[in-house]
Design a protein around this ligand. Structure first.
Ligand code: GLC
Length: 594
C-alpha cells in the first residue's frame, strides 16, 4: 500500500498517546489522578495558538458542560478546576476551541442560561481565579475558548429584575418588557411549549405582565432601553478582558419585539449585533462572535452581516443537522442535498458552525411538519424521548449504537461546509437517560474510567449533580475513555484520526462545495476545493452495500487517492465519471490531482 504525501494518517494505536514529560503543574497532575483521568500521566507538549486570523474556519470545536466533565473538589458537581485537569485529553483528541455554556451565578432553572449575575463565576464551579487558570491552560495548549452570553434574558433572581418589579420608576424599572395585559406581540411563538403556554407572565409584585421567550423564570431584557444595551456591552468587555477568544450569542434572534411581526430577526436586533461587533473589532480584535439563531438558512445568513456592517463570524447551521438524521434513516441523500442547495453563500471571512448534537434537544423547528412527524416516529418512539419541538437523546442511542452509523454521521459533519462542533461524550458514544427531566438526560457525567462515578467525581454517587448512565449498553464499564484508549479501533481513536486527517486538509474548512450528480439516490457526493487542493467526498447513506457512478465534471483523468490509507484508486475516466462501490454506510475522502 502506498502512502501519498498528502495523507496525514495518525496511527490508530494506543501507542499514539503522548509521551510523559515533566511539563505541566504537579497540582493538575495529582488532580488528574484523583479524577481518574486516563491520560493524566501523558502530559502534552505546550503548543502556541495559531496566529491565523481566520482560525475559526479550520478549527474543531468541542462543547463541554462544566458541571459534568470533571469534579475537582469532590462535591458532586463538575467545576473549572476539573475541566482544567482534563485539558490534556482535549488537546490529545485534536480539539482547537472549547465552547463553555454559561458558568455565571444562577439559580439553575435552565442549566445556567438563567443568570443572576453576568460578571462572576457561579461558586459551584469555582472562582474568577480558576477561570483565569483555565484560560491560561487552554491557551498554553494552543487551544482557544468561547464563552456563552445569554443576552436575551436574565434570571428572575437577577437584581435588575428584582428592582424592576418592585420599583417601576427606579433605574431598572424599564430594563424588562412590562405591559398591563398579555395581548401584545401575539404573532411570537412560544418556544418552550412543554412548560409555557404564553410569552407573558403576570408578576404579582409589579402587578403587570412581563415578556419572556423562554421559561417564565427568564424575563426578556428590554433592548429599547439604551441602558440595557450598554450593560450588555460592559458584560462582553468584562469577559473579553480575560482573554477569551469568542462569544456564543445565545438566543440572538429575539432581542427586540415589534407588533405585527413574529419578533424574530428584526432589523433592530441586527443593528445591535453589528454594534457589538464594532466594539469587539475596535477593542478586542480577533475575538469572534457566534450566533445561536435557530432559523432557516436565508434568515441565518443575515447574522453574518455585510462587509460594510459585519455581525457574527460564525452562525450555527441548524437546518442541516436534522436532515443528516433524516437521511440516515431514509437511506437517501436527498434531504441533505436539498438543504445544501438552498443554503446561500456566506462572506469569505465567515464560517458555519455545524453539529450533530448539543446540550439541548435535537431541535426539529427547521423541518416541515411531515418531516417532523417522520423524525419522531423514527427517533422518539417513547414520549419521554421528546422535549419541546425536538428529541432529547444523544448521538449513539439515536443511531442504535451502530459504529458505522455514528462514523458516517461524523464524516458528514466533518466534510460538509463549516467547522464541526463535537458534543462532550459523543466522541466515545455516551448514552442518555430519558428518565431525567428537561434536557438533563443528555448532560450526564463524562465517563472516563470503568469505575465508581465513571471517574468524574469522588463524591458519593447519591451526591452527584446528575447520575452516571447505568443502562446495560452505555454504563461506564461499557463506554469509557480509558478502555477506548486501549482499543486501537475504538470510536475515540477513529474520531481523533479522522479529525487529524481533516485538519491536514484546510480545504475542509475554507473550500467551496460542489454537489455532484450520482445515479444512486443513496449516495451523496461532492467536491470541496480551494486554490491548493480538490477533495472528493462520497458517502453511502444507506444501510446496505451500494454502487454508483459519480459525475466529476471538470476532473477528467485526475488521479484518485484515499486520504485515510493513501491507497490509489482507478483514475477518473475521460468522460469525467468515476465508478464507486461502497459497503453499507461506507464513505471515501479522495484527493484528486491531475
Ligand atoms: C439557548 C440554549 C438553551 C436555553 C435557551 C434559553 O437556546 O441553548 O439551553 O435553554 O437558550 O436560555
Amino acid at each position: 500500500m502506498e502512502t501519498s504525501p498528502s495523507s496525514q494518517v495518525v496511527t490508530d494505536s494506543a501507542s499514539t498517546l503522548p509521551a510523559s514529560s515533566s511539563a505541566g503543574s504537579s497540582h493538575l497532575s495529582s488532580l488528574n489522578l484523583a479524577l481518574g483521568n486516563p491520560i493524566a500521566h501523558h502530559v502534552q507538549n505546550p503548543e502556541p495558538m495559531t496566529e491565523d486570523p481566520l482560525w475559526y474556519q479550520h478549527a474543531v470545536f468541542y462543547e463541554v458542560l462544566l458541571r459534568s466533565f470533571g469534579d475537582a473538589n469532590g462535591d458532586g458537581m463538575g467545576d473549572l478546576a476539573g475541566l482544567t485537569a482534563h485539558l490534556d485529553y482535549l488537546q490529545w483528541l485534536g480539539v482547537d476551541c472549547l465552547w463553555l455554556p454559561p458558568f455565571y451565578p444562577s439559580p439553575m432553572q435552565d442549566g445556567g442560561y438563567d443568570i443572576s449575575n453576568f460578571m462572576d463565576i457561579n461558586p459551584i464551579y469555582g472562582s474568577l481565579d480558576d477561570f483565569r487558570t483555565l484560560v491560561e491552560g487552554v491557551h498554553n495548549r494552543g487551544m482557544r475558548i468561547l464563552v456563552d452570553i445569554p443576552l436575551n434574558h436574565t434570571s428572575d433572581q437577577h437584581p435588575w429584575f428584582q428592582s424592576s418589579r418592585s420599583n417601576p420608576s427606579g433605574p431598572y424599572g424599564d430594563y424588562y418588557v412590562w405591559r398591563d395585559d398579555d395581548s401584545g406581540y401575539p404573532d411570537a411563538r412560544v418556544i418552550f411549549v412543554d412548560s409555557e403556554t404564553s410569552n407573558w407572565t403576570f408578576d404579582p409584585v409589579r402587578k403587570q405582565y412581563f415578556w419572556h421567550r423562554f421559561f417564565s423564570s427568564q424575563p426578556d431584557l428590554n433592548y429599547e432601553n439604551p441602558d440595557v444595551q450598554r450593560e450588555i456591552l460592559t458584560i462582553i468587555r468584562f469577559w473579553a478582558g480575560f482573554g477569551v477568544d469568542g462569544f456564543r450569542l445565545d438566543a440572538v434572534p429575539y432581542l427586540f419585539e415589534e407588533e405585527g411581526t413574529n419578533g424574530e430577526n428584526l432589523p433592530k436586533t441586527h443593528e445591535f449585533i453589528a454594534r457589538i461587533r464594532q466594539m469587539i473589532d475596535a477593542e478586542f480584535p480577533g475575538t469572534i462572535l457566534l450566533a445561536e439563531a435557530n432559523q432557516w438558512p436565508e434568515d441565518v445568513v443575515e447574522y453574518f452581516g455585510t462587509e460594510e456592517r459585519p455581525e457574527c463570524h460564525m452562525c450555527f447551521h441548524f437546518p442541516v443537522m436534522p436532515r443528516i438524521f433524516y437521511s440516515l434513516k431514509e437511506g437517501n441523500a436527498q434531504a441533505i442535498r436539498s438543504i445544501l442547495m438552498t443554503t446561500p453563500d456566506i462572506p469569505t471571512t465567515a464560517q458555519w458552525s455545524t453539529f450533530l448534537r448539543n446540550h439541548d434537544e435535537l431541535t426539529l423547528e427547521m423541518v416541515t411538519d411531515q418531516e417532523r412527524a417522520q423524525m419522531y416516529s423514527w427517533y422518539a418512539t417513547d414520549q419521554r424521548m421528546r422535549a419541546n419541538v425536538g428529541i432529547r437523546r444523544r448521538l449513539a442511542p439515536l443511531l442504535d449504537n451502530s459504529l458505522t452509523q455514528i462514523q458516517l454521521a461524523n464524516i458528514l459533519l466533518f466534510s460538509l461546509p463549516g467547522s464541526p462542533y463535537v458534543y462532550y461524550g459523543d466522541e466515545i458514544g455516551m448514552g442518555d437517560n430519558i428518565w431525567l427531566p428537561d434536557r438533563d438526560g443528555v448532560r450526564t457525567p463524562m465517563q472516563w474510567i470503568p469505575e465508581a462515578n465513571a471517574g468524574f467525581s469522588q463524591a458519593a454517587p447519591a451526591d452527584l449533580n446528575l447520575p452516571v448512565i447505568s443502562s446495560l449498553s452505555y454504563n461506564p464499564s461499557a463506554v469509557n475513555v480509558q478502555s477506548q484508549l486501549e482499543q486501537p479501533h475504538s470510536l475515540l481513536h477513529w474520531m481523533r484520526n479522522t479529525l487529524a486527517v481533516r485538519k491536514a486538509h484546510p480545504v475542509f474548512g475554507d473550500g467551496a462545495l460542489v454537489l455532484l450528480p450520482t445515479d444512486n439516490p443513496a449516495v451523496l457526493a461532492f467536491v470541496r476545493h480551494n486554490a491548493e487542493e480538490t477533495i472528493l467526498c462520497a458517502m453511502n447513506i444507506a444501510d446496505s452495500a451500494q454502487a454508483t457512478t459519480v459525475d466529476v465534471d471538470g476532473c477528467a483523468g485526475s488521479s484518485v487517492t484515499d486520504l485515510f490509507s493513501g491507497s490509489v484508486f482507478p483514475s477518473i475516466a475521460e468522460d469525467g465519471s468515476l465508478r464507486l462501490t461502497f459497503a453499507a454506510r461506507g464513505y471515501y475522502w479522495f484527493s484528486l490531482s491531475h
